[in-house]
Every structure is written in structure tokens, then in C-alpha cells.
Design a protein around this ligand. Structure first.
Ligand SMILES: NC(=O)c1ccc[n+]([C@@H]2O[C@H](COP(=O)([O-])OP(=O)(O)OC[C@H]3O[C@@H](n4cnc5c(N)ncnc54)[C@H](OP(=O)(O)O)[C@@H]3O)[C@@H](O)[C@H]2O)c1
Ligand SMILES: N[C@@H](CCO)C(=O)O
Length: 357
């Protein structure tokens, strides 16, 4: 039986679903894949819980009652002393800083699976250096959920690139959060701030919803796909329509944003009132591989168009390539949500395990 040992960083929406999916799938994975998934350490930003004999259904209470403040070194020392092999660090945080630990984790023998998009959207220099370090240490880095949550977008584009299929353009509703927000706002008689709160409660938005509204999350996804296709671009080169008014932006606290998010209501009400009867608002990203332009913006779409008819938190990606010609390959489905994202992370874990001895 092959065994992988996972240290999970982040026990929020995605991380907690992942733990439960691993516990539920454990027996099936043993029987069908000959794979034993061990999860000896789970950690949030302040607390870690070590469980030599695997996590139990009571993991949440265990983390609260028996977890303790930790430093990364404590975890590295523990897994080293226990002699765990096939170590995988899962980054289910949204942290800008946590990514600084990747280097140390790789040196300590970890492969990495990330839902967090930050590592792939820092400078080109960081991006290249991370890949060099992985190569030097013979370690893998999987991040399918960086784009489209559980949808197979990254792998599809990587396969095109590897096989010399020329991708000319990718256009889509990249954000599951903003899809839910605009699909709901255009259909229902609710204020924009009410819909935004609802999206957060359902686990669709980023922990700080301004990361979605500012266009940053979609811009990150465009950059990740562009780089996957060999495009040399920096985040600062992306053209982004920012939907957050200046007084509520990242310079002020998240608390201040939530306290004043009603200020968004008149802005979006005007946009809604300006629509023709058959129109809806959609948030789209576009990556033009011929010009190298990356663009994030709001558009008006006819209700019956491919993007206009999207529902819930669905994303839709149109991938134009040489062989597909004028009819793009379309990948569509839930683009956000803890369950689909955690399943995508679990899929990355199983794929990574296949590569290990
Ligand atoms: N939700 C989705 O639909 C979706 C889809 C695709 C990708 N993602 C990505 O998945 C990631 C997690 O999203 P989420 O919705 O699960 O966020 P979340 O509910 O806010 O959970 C984030 C978790 O990360 C922990 N954390 C923060 N900084 C940390 C650090 N330095 N070290 C260890 N743990 C840390 C937090 O701990 P505290 O509670 O102690 O702060 C919390 O447990 C994000 O990067 C997001 O972009 C999400
Ligand atoms: N905020 C993200 C969640 C998935 O990364 C989205 O809207 O797609």
C-alpha cells in the first residue's frame, strides 16, 4: 500500500471540507487506488494539531481543544522525528505570506499542493526560482484549483502547450464568486451588498471579498493561465477594472469595508438601471495570446448568450486553439465553492501520489 503524509495549512472553507472528504474517501482510496492518506498535522494561522494515528471525525474539536500555538519549525521537527515519507504540504490558506514558507518546506522534503494562487502570481523571478527549487529537490507542485476551482482548466491548457497546440485566446467568466453575485443581482430584487454578503456566507468569495471585487482574483487566474502557456507577464501589466471605491479599498480594514459596503449599492443600482431589458451584467476575463493582453472587466451580455445564461456560481471558459478553430472548447460548471474546490485538491493529491514510489 502506498502512503502519503499530508500537512494541511488552512482549515477554513476549503481546508475543512478537504479533511472531511479525505476521512470519507479513505476506505475507497485504500481499496481502489491502493493509497493510504495520512493527515498527521492540521493547522490554521495560529494553532496546530498533531495526530500520529490520523485525524478523527472529531478533528475540529481536537484542533480547538488540544491544538497549540506553533511555528513552522515545530511541524518540520515533528514530521522529521516521526520519519514520515511522501510528505505533501497543502496550502489551503489565502495568505500572501504563507508562500514564503514554500522554499523551506521543499528543502524539508515536502511536495506542495496549493489552492492558494499567490505563489503563481508573484514576480516572474519568484515563479521561475520556485520551479528551479522544485526541480533541484525532485519535488512536485500541483495547483489545479487555482483556476476554476474543481474544473480541469490548468491541466487542459498545460496539455495543449505540451503537445504544441497553439492556444490563441481564453475568454471566460473566471470568477465563481462574481458569477454568483451578478447572476443573483441581475435576477433578484436584492441590494448589491445583500448579495455580496450572501455570496460570502455560501463560501463563494475570497476571505476578503475585495480580492474578488477589485478584479485581483480574476487577474491572478489570467496570469496563471498565461504563464502556463509560456507568456512572460507580470501582475502589474494586467488591465483591471476595479469595482471597489477608493474609500473602501485595501488601504482600509476589512471591518471598515463590511461596515460600509452599503456604499456599493447606488453604484451597482445605476449599472442595473442602465441595462436594456434583455441584458445582464457579467464579469469577464480575457487572455489574448496573440497580443499578450490580459483584461479583466464588467460587460453587458444578452440574457440568452453563453455568459448571460450562466447560473449560480458557474464559471465558463472558452478556449480558442488552432485545431478547435472558430468553435472554442468550452469548460463550464461551478467555479467556486468549498466542496468542488476540496475535491479538486483531493484529486491533485491522488495524482501526485501516482507519481511517488
Ligand atoms: N472558496 C472557493 O471557492 C475557492 C476556490 C478555489 C480556490 N480557493 C482558494 O482556497 C484558499 C482558501 O479559501 P477558503 O475559502 O477556504 O478561505 P478561508 O475560509 O478564509 O480559510 C483560510 C484558512 O487559512 C488559514 N490561514 C491563514 N493564514 C495562514 C497561515 N499563515 N498559516 C496557516 N494557516 C493560515 C486560516 O486560519 P485562521 O482561521 O486562523 O485565520 C483559515 O483556516 C484561498 O487561497 C482561495 O483563493 C477557494
Ligand atoms: N473567489 C474565487 C474562488 C475560487 O478561487 C472565484 O470567484 O473564483
Amino acid at each position: 500500500m502506498k502512503k502519503i503524509n499530508i500537512v494541511l495549512f488552512g482549515t477554513g472553507n476549503v481546508g475543512s471540507k478537504l479533511i472531511n472528504q479525505i476521512l470519507e474517501a479513505r476506505e475507497i482510496l485504500r481499496q481502489k487506488e491502493g493509497l493510504e492518506i495520512n493527515l498527521p498535522v492540521i493547522a490554521n494561522s495560529s494553532t496546530a494539531f498533531f495526530q500520529k494515528e490520523n485525524q478523527q471525525a472529531s478533528w475540529e474539536a481536537d484542533l480547538t481543544n488540544f491544538g497549540f500555538p506553533y511555528r513552522l519549525e515545530d511541524i518540520l521537527e515533528y514530521v522529521h522525528n516521526e520519519g514520515y515519507e511522501n510528505l505533501i504540504a497543502v496550502d489551503a490558506t489565502a495568505s500572501e505570506q504563507f508562500v514564503d514558507n514554500y522554499n523551506e518546506l521543499i528543502h524539508a522534503g515536502f511536495h506542495i499542493v496549493a489552492a492558494n494562487k499567490v505563489a503563481n502570481t508573484r514576480s516572474s523571478q519568484f515563479y521561475a526560482r520556485l520551479r528551479e527549487t522544485l526541480l533541484e529537490h525532485n519535488k512536485y507542485f500541483l495547483y489545479e484549483t487555482n483556476v476554476g476551482a474543481g474544473l480541469p482548466i490548468v491541466e487542459t491548457l498545460r496539455n495543449f502547450h505540451r503537445t504544441n497546440e497553439r492556444v490563441t485566446r481564453v475568454r471566460g467568466v473566471f470568477s465563481g464568486s462574481l458569477s454568483y453575485i451578478f447572476n443573483t443581482y441581475c435576477e433578484e430584487e436584492k441590494t448589491f451588498s445583500e448579495v455580496l454578503t450572501e455570496a460570502g456566507d455560501k463560501g463563494f468569495t475570497e476571505p476578503d471579498p475585495r480580492v474578488d471585487l477589485s478584479g485581483k482574483d480574476v487577474a491572478r487566474k489570467l496570469l496563471i493561465l498565461g504563464r502556463e502557456l509560456g507568456l512572460k507577464k507580470e501582475f502589474e501589466e494586467i488591465s483591471i477594472q476595479d469595482l471597489v471605491p477608493k474609500h473602501l479599498n485595501g488601504q482600509s480594514t476589512l471591518k471598515n469595508f463590511h461596515r460600509n459596503k452599503k456604499d456599493l449599492d447606488p453604484i451597482f443600482l445605476k449599472l442595473k438601471k442602465d441595462l436594456k431589458q434583455d441584458e445582464v451584467i457579467r464579469h469577464v476575463g480575457e487572455l489574448d495570446l496573440q497580443t499578450g493582453a490580459l483584461d479583466v472587466k464588467l460587460v453587458k451580455e444578452s440574457r440568452t448568450s453563453a455568459f448571460g445564461s450562466l447560473q449560480n456560481a458557474d464559471s465558463s471558459f472558452e478556449i480558442f486553439t488552432e485545431s478547435y478553430g472558430k468553435q472554442p472548447l468550452v469548460i463550464k460548471g461551478a467555479g467556486a465553492g468549498a466542496a468542488v474546490t476540496a475535491r479538486g485538491v483531493l484529486t491533485d493529491l491522488v495524482k501526485l501520489a501516482e507519481k511517488l514510489h
